[in-house]
Structures are given as C-alpha cells and as structure tokens.
Write a protein that binds this ligand. Structure first.
Ligand code: NDP
Length: 451
C-alpha cells in the first residue's frame, strides 16, 4: 500500500517541528498555512498520495555562506549569508534580501515559504525564495555597506540568474544596496540582465516599485472595505514601521482621505492626533531613509505629537490597522486591544506581523483581516512587471503600471473571496489566500511528477 500523509494536523506539525528544530518562525508559518490546507485537502486523494503538503514544506534548497568584509577601521568582519530557494514550480525563485541582525535561517525559511504562496496569488509566473544576512547596515558608512554588498554578491551570483532566481530588497536592503549588488553581479558575470529587481530607474528599474507594497496593501484594504459597502475616506489608521512599506501605506491612506495617526521604528512609536499628512510623510522618508535618523525625532519636529519609547502603537484607537514593520509585532493581547477599540480592518503590509494567536483572535472577532501574503503582494507583483520590462528591454509608463498594480490587487482579492467566503457575509481572507496560493503551486507540482 502506498504511504500517504493522511495524518492529522497535530501529527503533521510534530513532524515539521522535528525536522526543523529551533526554527519557530518557519514552523509558525507552516502551521498557519496547514491549518487551512488540511480541510481543503480532506477529499483530494492525489494531494495526499503525492505528499504535496510535506513536499511544499521542504525548501528546494538552502544555501548558506560566509561573507567576509573589511570595516573602515581595517578590521575583518565575518557575517553569514543565505539564499533559501523554496519552490520554483510556477516560475524562477523570486523574493527579497534582508539585512538585519535578527536574520536567521528560520526567519528566511518562513519568508521564502510565505513568498511561494504570495507569488502564486499575484497570478504572475514567479516561484518563491528569500535571502539575507545578519549584517546590520545601521551605523555603517556607505563604503562599508558597499564592501559588504560586494562580498555578499561574490558568493550569491553563482546561485541566481534572470531565469533562475531573481532577488529584490526587503528590510535593510533598499536602492543603495541593490545598486551595489547589481554592480558587483554585472562585474563578475559581464552580463546586464534582470537578475535583481528594485533597481534604480537609470539601470533597468521599474516605475512605482518603491511605492508598490505600501500602496498595494492599502488597495487591498480598500477592496475589503468596498466589499462591505465602505471605504477608507474619513477613517483613522494606525501604522507601524517607518520604512519603505509603512511610509507608502501612509501616503496612500492619506490620498484616499484617511487619517494616519501613528508610525514607529524599533525604538518606539509616535502618535500625532492631528494626522500625519503628506508633508510629514515626506519628512519621515527623508529622515529615515536619507538621513538614517530615528522616528523619535518626529516628536521634536511636529507640535502636538508624542513619542512612546519601547512601545508599539496597537493600543491607540483606530478604525484601520496596518502593521508594516516586521514579523510577530502584533500579539494576541494587542489584537484584542484593537478589536475592543472598535477597529474594523487590518491589512498586513509586513510579512507575518501578527502572531498565530493574534490571527486567531481577529478571525474569531470576524473583523476584516488581510494576511501579508495577500495584502503586501503588490511589491513582488511590480517586481514581476520589472522582470517583464527587462526581458522586453523596454519601460512601461507610470499610469500603465499604477493600473496594473490596482488590477493585480483586485485580482488577489477576488481569489481570496473564491476560497474564503463563508457564505454569511464574512470573508476569511487568511483561508482564501492560503488555499488559492497553495492550489496553484500544488497543481503545478502534480504535473511534474515526483521531482
Ligand atoms: P525597511 O527596512 O524599509 O523598514 C523596516 C521598518 O520596520 C523600519 O521602520 C524599522 O525600524 C522597522 N523594524 C524592523 N525590524 C524591527 C523590529 N525587530 N522591531 C520593530 N521595528 C522594526 O523595510 P520594508 O519597509 O521594506 O519592510 C517592512 C516589512 O514589509 C517586512 O516585514 C518586509 O518583509 C515586508 N515586505 C516588504 C516588501 C518591500 O517591497 N519592501 C514587500 C513585501 C513585504 P528601524 O529603522 O528602527 O530598524
């Protein structure tokens, strides 16, 4: 008799935990998907007999390497770099690179796993991957960052390629770092290809890529509200983070007539009851990205605002919440605080910012809750469009790309409804996103046989 994975969820997760010891973020991400997929697979014998869930929860490969570089004082520094190539069933591996001291193999495996379903949800042909290093760019000079990026790419280049694996930015990796890495790739290979996305406009980048994740998260939020006959206009929003995703989410909320009252960084959050308008958002962008400053300085700059050191913003009363900083930054108690304060919708700009228990509370309270793999897919979608433009050796206009981003986010919303509509007016977006993303990848894997 064939061996099948007709086991219960608890037994399946025991196996995942046994095979991935000390990897809590990865097992958390697998559990969140498996909770929905188990029910869906119940009567689908082929998924069981082909061990699809077990295979999908095992990355194609994890590459780990040493990254040596020299700091400005002449000291030799040693970091670890990784690329997790999770699944290329529907296209080349695609996913960002993160530079942050908190990066571990577990964090990158969780991100690559999530990325696989997210990319499938966009409808574009992209597999899932993620990479990074425990390097901390904060406080480093431009030259130090350049030397690190060059050393990182000197190993990474042999594992990536325009039709193999196409990395992008993520936490700690913006235009500056992509430029240094692309320059080194080009120098080593003597090829100018679309091997990275998030590139500068001068050398193959796409319009609206920087804005795409934050704007997309708000487009998705607006779609959820529209589905209930409501809109962003007149609503108060609480946002965490003050990086690429957070500032562009704030910008789009403001453009749609909402009021953003908080932003944060790893030092704490600022609360501005008057609203963080476009002028203030521009100041934050300059201060955080170009001056590499702290969000606490906002309270000195703008009257009437306050800084709350070491705190997260989820106890501030709001209609809409957008966690846009990092994973596990919104726990169960904070979810309850949001619900008790009357929040009606949450859109995850970051990847897995809500803990598993927090997610369960949002679902139990039946508020609109968009998981990151659906809500923040706008960034990778425009990265996919950057790949297409690079292949065609042309650039599309900003208006065309804005429309494509909006269409893609609406398409993701429709796919979530297809599998998440509970038939009583409530849409379980987590379930919808998990099943729609899983099904596309799983069906491609079935077509390939056992590989
Ligand atoms: P940035 O590096 O531009 O900004 C990250 C922000 O989050 C900063 O404000 C940073 O504060 C804060 N932050 C980072 N780590 C922590 C922490 N441990 N605790 C509290 N705050 C923290 O990154 P992005 O905006 O690009 O990414 C934010 C999130 O969005 C991540 O989860 C990322 O994976 C996800 N995402 C990003 C996409 C993109 O296109 N950029 C696409 C899809 C998802 P500080 O300055 O103090 O470090």
């Amino acid at each position: 008799m064939a061996v099948t994975d007709h086991v219960d969820l608890a037994t399946f997760m025991e196996g995942v935990k046994r095979r991935n010891p000390h990897q809590p973020e990865f097992t958390q991400a697998v559990q969140e998907v498996a909770e929905d997929i188990f029910d869906f697979m119940e009567d689908k014998e082929e998924y069981h007999s082909q061990q699809i869930l077990r295979r999908i929860a095992e990355p194609d490969r994890v590459i780990s390497f040493r990254v040596c570089w020299e700091d400005d004082a002449g000291n030799i520094r040693v970091q670890r770099g990784w690329r997790v190539q999770n699944n290329n069933a529907i296209g080349p591996y695609k996913g960002g690179i993160r530079f942050h001291p908190s990066v571990t193999e577990s964090v990158l495996k969780f991100l690559a796993f999530e990325q696989t379903f997210k990319n499938a949800l966009t409808g574009l042909p992209m597999g899932g991957g993620k990479g990074g290093s425990n390097f901390n760019p904060k406080g480093k000079s431009d030259r130090e960052v350049m030397r690190f990026c060059q050393s990182f790419m000197t190993e990474l280049y042999r594992h990536i390629g325009a039709d193999t694996d196409v990395p992008a930015g993520d936490i700690g990796v913006g235009g500056r770092e992509i430029g240094y890495m692309f320059g080194q790739y080009k120098r080593i290979t003597n090829q100018f290809t679309g091997v990275l996305t998030g590139k500068g406009m001068e050398y193959g980048g796409s319009m609206i890529r920087p804005e795409a994740t934050g704007y997309g998260a708000v487009y998705f939020l607006a779609e959820m509200l529209k589905h209930r006959g409501d809109g962003v206009k007149g609503k108060t929003a609480v946002i965490s983070g003050s990086g690429n995703v957070a500032t562009h989410a704030a910008e789009k909320i403001t453009q749609l007539g909402g009021k953003v009252v908080t932003m944060s960084d790893s030092g704490g959050f600022i609360h501005d009851p008057d609203g963080i308008d476009q002028e203030k958002i521009n100041w934050i962008k300059q201060h955080k990205t170009h001056r590499r400053g702290r969000i606490s300085d906002y309270a000195d700059e703008f009257m009437g605002s306050t800084f709350h050191p070491g705190k997260r913003p989820w106890h501030v009363k709001c209609d809409l919440a957008l966690p846009c900083a990092t994973q596990n930054e919104l726990d169960a108690d904070e979810a309850t605080a949001l619900i008790d304060n009357g929040s009606i919708a949450v859109s995850e700009g970051a990847n897995m910012p809500t803990t598993l228990e927090g997610t369960h509370r949002f679902k139990a309270a039946r508020i609109m809750f968009a998981p990151g793999k659906a809500a923040n897919a706008g960034g990778v979608a425009v990265s996919g469009l950057e790949m297409s433009q690079n292949s065609e050796r042309r650039s599309w206009k900003e208006e065309e790309l804005q429309q494509m981003l909006l269409d893609i986010m609406q398409g993701i919303h429709t796919r979530c409804i297809a599998y998440g509509d509970q038939g009583d007016g409530y849409v379980d977006y987590v379930k919808g996103a998990n099943i729609a993303g899983f099904k596309k990848v799983a069906d491609a894997m079935l077509a390939f046989g056992v590989v």
